[in-house]
Design a protein around this ligand. Structure first.
Ligand code: ZN
Length: 145
């Protein structure tokens, strides 16, 4: 595994809308492992592919059970109820600001075995997923109210 370089604002790749992944190749699986390693070394709780210079719809999230890879994730439902909590971002170093996010979300994605996964997320887990999906759409915390 190797540590990848994390792109920081204003790198233009952070502003692109990332492309859907059409096939989960061995390169994608290797990238997932390297992203997980990079996230851990940087003490991050989530990392999206555009942050390491790949404009594809993939992110990794740190969970109690290890890293979770989400391929082509979509948030299929968001609670109207929101929470305002401070967030930081590895691509926006030194900035911490409160961001309003839905408290509960439902997520659909592919895992690295090309299986569709659907789950409910709440609290910090829901917040991290919303943050990473924003990255796939070129949105940074500095854009959020
Ligand atoms: Zn971020």
């Amino acid at each position: 595994m190797s540590r990848l370089e994390i792109k920081t604002n204003p790198d233009p790749i952070l502003r692109e809308k990332a492309k859907k992944i059409s096939e989960i190749t061995p390169e994608i699986k290797r990238l997932i492992l390297n992203m997980a390693e990079t996230m851990k070394k940087a003490n991050g709780i989530g990392l999206a592919a555009p942050q390491i210079g790949q404009s594809i719809r993939l992110c990794v999230i740190n969970t109690e059970k290890g890293h979770l890879a989400l391929i082509n994730p979509t948030i299929t439902w968001k609670s109207l109820r929101k929470e305002n909590e401070e967030e930081g971002c590895l691509s926006v170093p030194g900035i911490f600001k409160p961001v309003k996010r839905s408290k509960i979300i439902y997520v659909k994605a592919l895992n690295q075995d090309n299986k569709e996964i659907k789950f409910r997320a709440s609290g910090l887990f829901a917040r991290v997923i919303q943050h990473e999906v924003d990255h796939l759409d070129g949105v940074l915390i500095t854009d959020k109210k």
